[in-house]
Structures are given as C-alpha cells and as structure tokens.
Design a protein around this ligand. Structure first.
Ligand SMILES: Nc1ncnc2c1ncn2[C@@H]1O[C@H](COP(=O)(O)OP(=O)(O)OP(=O)(O)O)[C@@H](O)[C@H]1O
Length: 283
C-alpha cells in the first residue's frame, strides 16, 4: 500500500485524500442545492448525529454506538423520504449537465458566474412599491438571490418576465387575475406570480393580516427577503429572517434590498433573534 504521509499513528493513503475530497465536493453540492430551504437545517442535524455516531464508535462506547447506529439506519430511510423532492431535483440537474456537451465545464462556468453576480436594477421595484403604497394596493414580492425557489414558483403562474414598474403595478392591480398571492423575483426577472407562501404560526399584532403572515412564514422557511405593501395602511415592510421591519424610508428599503441581493447585509439583519418568543416586529 502506498502511503502519502503519517499523522501520529494514522497512515494516510492517497486514496484517503481522494475520498475526503470527493465527499467534500458531494457535501458542498448538496448544500448548494438545499441552500435557502428549511431542508438544510435537517441535513445539518443529520450530519451532527452522524459525526457523534462516528466519535462514539471510535471511542468504543458500545451502548450509545448501538443506539445511534440503529437511529442512523432508520435515518437514511427517513432522509430519503424527507428529501425526496430535493433528491429528484438533484438527479434531474445531474442528468441535464452530464448529458449536455461539455456539461461539467458549463456547470463550473455557471457557478463561477453566480459567485460574481451583481445586483440588478431595482429602481422599477422601488418606484412600483411607492406607487402601490400611495394607492393602498396590497402587494407581496419575494426576492431570492441564490435559488429559483422552484417549489414556491411552481405553486403560481410562471412568467419569466423582465421587471418593469408598469408590469408590477398591473400585476398587483385589484382587478388583475394575477394579483392574488406573491411574485418571486430572481436574477432581475419576475419568475412567477400568484405564488402561495408558507404561513407563519407565530403571534402577530392585529394590524398584520394574512399577507404579512405569509411573508413572515416565507422568511422563516427560506433565505429570501420579502417586500410587503399593506392594503389597509399602504405601509411598506421588509421581512427577513423572521423579522418584520415596517416604517422604513424609501432609501432604507432600497439599501436593504441591495444589501440582500449582493450578500452584504449587516450581522443584525442576517441573524435570528436570540429569544424565540420575542415578537420580531420592528416598526
Ligand atoms: N399563503 C399566502 N401566500 C401568498 N399570498 C397570500 C397568502 N395568504 C394571503 N395572501 C395574500 O394576502 C392577500 C390578502 O389577505 P388578507 O385580506 O388576509 O390580508 P390583509 O389583511 O390585507 O393583510 P395585510 O394586513 O398583512 O396586508 C390575499 O389576497 C393574498 O394575495
């Protein structure tokens, strides 16, 4: 056997290094696929349990290793059920890139391009939000920076439309067949309208209705930022990571959206509140 080097009593082989590299690449790809969805937390939970199992087994703690081993066995089956949608998506992506000419190179190029992504022009959104607010027209806009939020986009009508103030106002016009539900904005386009968002179970002040509850639920379940315009008050709110920020000035709204899109948010708006029962509504 050819050994690469030795750490203490451990003989590291070249094949071990390759093994570690491949597992790292695989884990990173799975993380990228799940990033932005609640499934990533479940995945981290599984990984922590698996690491604990390896440590306990190496320490020869028979009883605990047995219990964790049983759990891991069932865990694999449970993971397949929990991640069935993601596994399907992963296999589709894999199939698409493998069978395309120079698929792997193309995939790497796409990732590289996404790393260097610049935020798009959000002026039409800001202008539309101002106009919707002044006419007390309810609106719900979900911004996503790293995924199409396919599960949610599929619940509505696919548009793939170029952003414009007039289009946004038309969509949220009370007589428009597209006005109900949320729109999803991704890479400078309106991906879909009439999307159904997950609803938060938390207690909210009476002045917030279903629209804000759905915005809050979406911010808890995904890595998105949501802009909501209240139908009653015309107030514009930014919802992110389980926080609702109302009464923001227009420049502040613009700043928050741009910071989110360029991944330059400050720690406060990124982090979760320390106390779960805090009412995370800043107005
Ligand atoms: N789960 C959901 N996903 C997406 N949109 C939703 C959801 N629930 C409600 N909405 C949107 O909110 C709209 C209004 O709901 P409702 O009348 O309860 O809110 P509201 O009292 O005007 O809300 P708010 O005060 O939060 O603006 C619905 O017509 C729909 O467009």
């Amino acid at each position: 056997m050819i050994f690469a080097f030795k750490i203490g009593f451990l003989d590291i082989r070249w094949i071990d290094i390759l093994d570690i590299l491949l597992v790292s690449v695989l884990l990173y790809q799975v993380y990228k696929l799940l990033k932005g969805s609640v499934a990533v937390r479940v995945l981290i939970g599984f990984l922590v349990l698996y690491l604990a199992y390896l440590v306990v087994r190496a320490a020869e703690m028979e009883l605990l290793a047995g219990i964790l081993g049983q759990f891991m066995g069932v865990g694999v089956l449970a993971a397949i059920i929990i991640f069935s949608q993601e596994i399907r998506k992963f296999l589709i992506v894999l199939g698409k890139t493998t069978f395309r000419k120079d698929g792997l190179i193309q995939t790497v190029m796409i990732w590289k391009r996404k790393e260097a992504r610049e935020p798009f022009n959000i002026t039409p959104i800001i202008e539309a939000a101002k106009s919707l607010s002044s006419t007390n027209t309810g609106a719900l806009m979900v911004f996503s920076r790293n995924s199409e939020l396919k599960f949610y986009a599929d619940s509505g009508d696919r548009l793939d439309a170029v952003l414009s103030k007039r289009l946004l106002i038309s969509i949220f016009n009370k007589h428009s067949p597209l006005h109900d539900g949320a729109i999803i904005i991704y890479e400078g386009k309106i991906l879909a309208a009439r999307c159904i968002l997950p609803v938060s179970e938390r207690d909210l002040p009476a002045n917030f209705g279903m629209r804000h509850r759905a915005a809050l639920g979406m911010s808890e379940a995904t890595d998105s930022l949501i802009l909501a315009v209240s139908e009653e008050t015309g107030q514009i709110s930014i919802i992110r990571n389980g926080y609702i920020d109302s009464n923001l000035s227009i420049p502040e709204i613009r700043k928050r959206i741009l910071a989110y899109l360029s991944d330059k948010e400050n720690a406060k708006s990124k982090s979760k509140p320390e106390q779960e029962d805090n009412l995370e509504v800043a107005s």
